[in-house]
Write a protein of this length. Structure first.
Length: 225
């Protein structure tokens, strides 16, 4: 049976240990930032964040800016450095821009952020919702122009690159052999560039993750948990 619930346990509703004030505007924002950094696979050199609806209206008062930058710096939700994250990022020479968008959220949710990142020649865009209790949904992932559209909570394993689709399919079959519990696969292609977002029932074990990475060196992986 496919996984349909957004929350996996009561702890997802209660929320994580965190720096306040709000699980939606703080913890969820940290996790959106962290997810975007994971897709980028590096510390960003440029950050552009567009907020929608509630995020656009309240991000300053609720510390959303600090939280989402903290996630992009790879800080956890309880890290005391969250309150200084923007200053830390600027000290690293990272360019930051925040935009308050008007009108209806492009993520079909009031707590929505579109995070655009650059590092070297790589450009990624991650559209995320903070749906409460620190839980997030990802709505789309762009990597160098290719895009996969979804409406899924974590954990997600993202595969991408220029390998033949047959190699991606073989990699997914290998995951099943390794006992990885896959809920759904969302595939997209742009010319010869492919992105596959795989929603998991639970995070992939480190041993299985390292196995597939070693066996499929031509595929790039982002493990978003």
């Amino acid at each position: 049976m496919a996984r349909t619930a957004d929350y996996r346990s009561a702890f997802d509703v209660i929320g994580p240990i965190m720096v306040g004030p709000s699980s939606s505007h703080t913890a969820g924002a940290v996790r959106i930032g962290s997810a975007a950094r994971t897709v980028l696979g590096a510390e960003p050199e440029k950050i552009h964040i567009s907020y929608y609806e509630s995020f656009a209206e309240t991000h300053l008062g609720h510390g959303t800016d600090l939280a989402i930058i903290a996630g992009l710096l790879d800080f956890e939700t309880e890290d005391p450095r969250i309150k200084n994250s923007i200053e830390i990022a600027k000290e690293k020479g990272i360019e930051i821009e925040f935009v308050e968008e008007t009108g209806t959220s492009i993520g079909d949710h009031p707590n929505t952020a579109l995070v655009k990142l650059d590092a070297g020649s790589k450009h990624v865009e991650v559209l995320g919702n903070s749906i409460g209790g620190g839980t997030i949904k990802l709505r789309s992932i762009h990597i160098n122009g290719a895009c996969v559209v979804m409406n899924h909570t974590l954990p997600l394993l993202v595969l991408y690159g220029n390998s033949e689709m047959s190699e991606f399919n073989d990699c997914i079959a290998r995951m099943y052999d390794l006992g990885v519990k896959i809920n759904e696969e969302i595939k997209s292609s742009l010319n010869d560039y492919h992105i596959i977002a795989i929603q998991l029932y639970k995070p992939i074990k480190n041993e299985a993750y390292e196995t597939i990475r070693n066996e499929y060196p031509n595929i790039e992986f982002s493990n978003i948990v």
